[in-house]
Design a protein. Sequence first.
Length: 198
Amino acid sequence: MNDIIIKKILALGGNTEAVSPDKSFVENWQSIRFTHYLYDKDWDVYGIDQFYESNKELYHNHQEKFYENLLTHYFSTHDSAYGQYFVKDWMFTPFKEGSEDREEFEDLIDEDYVQEVVGISKPDFLCISYSYGYPDHYFVCTADPEPSNPTVYSTDHEVYFDELENEGNFEDFLDRFMTKNEFKEVVAEYLKGNLEKN
């Protein structure tokens, strides 16, 4: 895991204290902790109108506190469907002899197709993220030839590994997500625009 990636994870609010150059990408990713969800830069301000209505007085009288509460609410492990991404760290081993995934997916996943996409024989995967959108699962291959910055692959639960897309490298994948400050700017611009219309 390279230094640029570590800095991006820190900027997104991840705890990287247990990351070590001696560990594999999988070990490092599994040691990173997020206490909140992530939101991509195409996020569609889900739930903001409702949050504003519930906190209108605070918005008009104490904006700093309004945004502090907003960030605390969204950047938590709330159970509202706000279009967030969930950070994951579980292994998926559909081609590994004797694995539970092999037993469950043996006749459901075309090994030749997956191998053609990732360029690795009998690949194992690490799920790094799940979302409410399409596609909804994101993986890296554990034997990626660039272990410090592996390629991210996406698939969806409806076409699970029947369709596998190359999403670019992990460093670029992290660029999809907003820091808390970027999130706040998006909301501030949205609310300002809405209030000017009304």
